[in-house]
Ligand binder design. Structure first.
Ligand SMILES: [Cu+2]
Length: 172
């Protein structure tokens, strides 16, 4: 990689860009745009999302995510009739060779647990370490973003089908 000194303007540009999308690499894995949604004031949990691509020829496994909370777990969401249930992936999440695994609302996610009165706020950056079986440990930052459905102050339109299901994690 070419090294060069950044002018102030370029540094500002890079900072602004990285707020919108950011990525990481570890071994054969590419991790794109870890983010979380802002939470309600009283929320005890928050979901973390990202895309993980395995460009190699060997499967890897996201074993754990470490961050400064009482618990951090890997979950998946399964529909049980009309009820979305979160299931703790105790063996982690496989990232098959040549595959892209997307952690997203209604599916796989990182669950930050025990927020304890310190909600996630838009613009906040949550440092975490991803622990992979083969690729090892990777420090990343989850950017906290606004919930799309809340930007205009309401849920009048129901065109985001799974948004509400994932929204509160209240039963966790
Ligand atoms: Cu969860």
């Amino acid at each position: 990689m070419t090294r060069f000194s950044l002018t102030a303007a370029a540094a500002l540009f890079l900072t602004a860009t990285s707020a919108l999308a950011h990525g990481y690499a570890a071994g054969d894995l590419e991790i794109d745009h870890p983010f979380a949604f802002e939470t309600a004031q009283t929320a005890q949990t928050a979901g973390g999302f990202m895309t993980i691509t395995n460009t190699g020829e060997t499967a890897d496994r996201l074993l754990a995510v470490e961050a400064d909370f009482p618990r951090v777990e890997l979950h998946t969401t399964q529909m049980d009739g009309d009820i979305a249930r979160m299931i703790h992936l105790e063996d982690g999440l496989e990232i098959p060779a040549g595959a892209t695994v997307t952690l997203q609302p209604g599916s796989f996610h990182v669950m930050f647990m025990g927020l304890g009165g310190d909600p996630f706020e838009v613009g906040e950056e949550v440092p975490a370490t991803l622990v992979f079986q083969n690729a090892g440990r990777l420090d990343v930052v989850f950017n906290v973003e606004a919930r799309a459905g809340d930007m205009h102050g309401g849920h009048d339109h129901s065109d985001h089908g799974d948004h509400g299901d994932h929204g509160d994690h209240g039963s966790d």
